[in-house]
Design a protein around this ligand. Structure first.
Ligand code: ZN
Length: 239
């Protein structure tokens, strides 16, 4: 099941990264890595906000003048509205990560729709009616289903997965996390980096991130917003 969902995620990433029809996915498998814009990284955070980790992450981003995308869980937004407002005030992109972070791929179309609408509604209730409805959506655990794809399309959202995840069961110290993440990023010449700022114990993430951000900046990676990352990708494909 895990392998299958991983494979599905990879296939989906291809569908999403290329303006292609699903039939073209297999043909497009080979140059997967080359579609990451050269030495460009975008930072994304899932599962927050959480007062244990989000403020520290916001501080480290601010210190380095970096902007990220926060895929926020609606119920956490309602619980910690001040943190959501700070994320917005700091200029980061706010995105939808459902209302309750369920196993979305197991839900019906109506239930999936309610989770996405609920996520948007939670953010609007905290940020006010003038706040634009989030364009980006990431399904919990990166799992997808027909109902998720259909709902995302109906709501005119863009489904975003990732290339490199900071958290991994094989790494248990900041040194190990840094080494693994940087190896993967160098291999891919950049990518969408996923880290988590809520739900579980994320202290290792908070300890490791400054090292990763320092490495990226020292090695000349462009750390850009998600929209800019996607724009660069499109430009590269158009060449
Ligand atoms: Zn999540």
């Amino acid at each position: 099941m895990r392998t299958w969902s991983l494979l599905l995620s990879v296939l989906l990433a291809l569908v999403l990264l290329l303006p292609a029809h699903p039939q073209a996915v297999v043909a497009a498998m080979e140059p997967t890595l080359s579609i990451v814009p050269d030495k460009t990284v975008t930072l994304t955070f899932d599962d927050g906000p959480d007062p244990r980790y989000t403020p520290a992450i916001l501080d480290m981003l601010k210190k380095r003048h970096l902007q990220a995308t926060f895929f926020i869980v609606g119920r956490n937004a309602i619980e910690h509205p001040d943190l959501v407002r700070r994320i917005e005030r700091d200029g980061h992109t706010i995105a939808n990560h459902t209302l309750t972070h369920p196993h979305l791929e197991q839900l019906t179309l109506t239930q999936v729709n309610a989770e996405l609408q609920g996520g948007d509604a939670a953010l609007t209730s905290v940020l006010g009616p003038t706040f634009p409805i989030p364009h980006f959506f990431r399904p919990p655990r990166g799992n997808v289903s027909q109902a998720i794809l259909e709902t995302t399309e109906n709501m005119h959202k863009q489904l975003i997965l990732w290339n490199v995840c900071v958290e991994n069961h094989s790494t248990t110290t900041p040194d190990q996390v840094e080494a693994r993440v940087m190896d993967l990023i160098r291999e891919r010449h950049g990518g969408i980096l996923l880290a988590h700022d809520g739900e579980l114990d994320r202290s290792l993430t908070v300890q490791s991130l400054p090292r990763i951000l320092d490495d990226l900046q020292r090695e000349g990676y462009h750390i850009v917003t998600l929209q800019e990352y996607l724009d660069r990708q499109t430009t590269k494909e158009a060449r």
